[in-house]
Design a protein around this ligand. Structure first.
Ligand code: FDP
Length: 335
């Protein structure tokens, strides 16, 4: 097996990003360093007294775990030293942090996704998304730099802290995956240019609010279960409850994930900027699709840093069926 490190891969592909000067590679280097450190902390978390809650609530109204806080602080410190990063926004912070006025890029992060799984040793992840700033270099960045829309991303990816520590990313030229070789301390190319299987093997969703979903989706899922039961190769339920882990499994094995909204709260739970945009771009690059049920995620215009969206990720044909179900549904009141 030819060993290609992330470092080597980045320097070979630097020209993929228009006008790249090495700044982008330096940002990915920071992300990979953060990943190595978080991976190390997670492996000995129970022994270092860093499990549990910190006693604060974040902007999302969720209680902050010690490891959420640690990961957010660690990445912020790494980015603050990088002259190429103009600003940083995190799911954990109320607002964005301006960094180097001379930086060309801004970075958005969900520093530790799946926090409810941290204390029980279940895989969690980091999700990132990078944009070229819109405001002039040399000035402090502004909120508009972070609210550009998913199609303006220049790189997006995730780190999965599981049985291995994996880093997967795209710059719009396929999805490439690296595995941390702990002895060498390097990420090694293990999944070049991966494509999602067209056939779905798994379905992943939390159905505890099924009775509150849009009736079209309730009907669709009922029909799906019926068809699945009669199939000679039925799809199996797999739901970890960490978006990165559920996404990663479905990407490699084929599957569909959804976190819909309810009739009362159609925007659902997941965050457009920190979770949906990066995952949507990755899945499109791997041959799949991402919608909010009817509209491609990457076409949704952002209005706020902490905006939420319903999220459906999976094979293209399957998401088309879901969109049709929504569009052809006759509201009960109109029958
Ligand atoms: P968590 O609340 O544990 O941080 O982003 C939030 C997230 O996890 C996703 O990682 C995951 O897919 C989803 O929420 C799980 O939500 P439920 O517990 O409601 O299923």
């Amino acid at each position: 097996m030819q060993l290609i490190t992330l470092e080597q891969f980045l320097s070979d592909r630097q020209q993929e990003i228009e006008g790249a000067t090495g700044a982008f590679s330096k940002i990915l280097r920071d992300l990979s360093l953060g990943a190595k450190l978080i991976s190390f902390y997670l492996r000995r978390a129970a022994l270092s007294n860093i499990l549990g809650e910190i006693g604060l609530t974040n902007i999302q109204g969720e209680s902050v775990q010690k490891l959420d806080h640690l990961s957010n602080t660690l990445f912020r410190q790494l980015f603050a030293k990088n002259p190429h990063i103009a600003g940083f926004a995190s799911e954990e912070d109320d607002t964005f942090t301006p960094l180097s006025p001379d930086g060309k890029y801004v970075i958005l992060l969900d520093p530790l996704d799946g926090s409810s799984n941290i204390d029980v040793g279940v895989p969690v992840g980091t999700i990132f998304s990078i944009y070229r700033r819109r405001t002039p270099v040399g000035s402090p960045c502004a909120e508009t730099d972070f609210l550009q829309g998913g199609r303006a991303q220049v790189a997006a990816g995730y780190i999965l802290y599981g049985t291995s520590t994996l880093l997967f990313y795209t710059t719009g030229k396929g999805v490439h995956g690296f595995t941390l070789e702990p002895a060498a301390g390097d990420f090694i190319l293990s999944h070049p240019d991966i494509k999602m299987p067209e056939k779905s093997s798994y379905y992943s969703f939390n159905d505890n609010q099924l009775h509150e979903w849009h009736p079209a989706l309730q009907d669709f899922i009922k029909a799906f279960h019926q068809e699945n039961r009669q199939s000679s190769k039925p799809q199996s339920l797999r739901y970890v409850g960490s978006l990165v882990a559920d996404f990663h499994r479905n990407l490699l094995k084929g599957g569909f994930f959804m976190y819909p909204g309810t009739v009362a709260k159609p925007e659902g739970k997941l965050r457009l900027l920190y979770e949906a945009y990066p995952m949507a771009w990755l899945i499109e690059e791997a041959g799949g699709a991402a919608t909010n049920g009817v509209q491609p995620i990457l076409d949704i215009q952002p209005t706020g840093l902490h905006q939420r969206t319903a999220l459906f990720l999976g094979p293209r044909y399957f998401l088309e069926k879901i969109a049709q179900a929504f569009q052809s549904h006759v509201p009960v009141a109109k029958i």
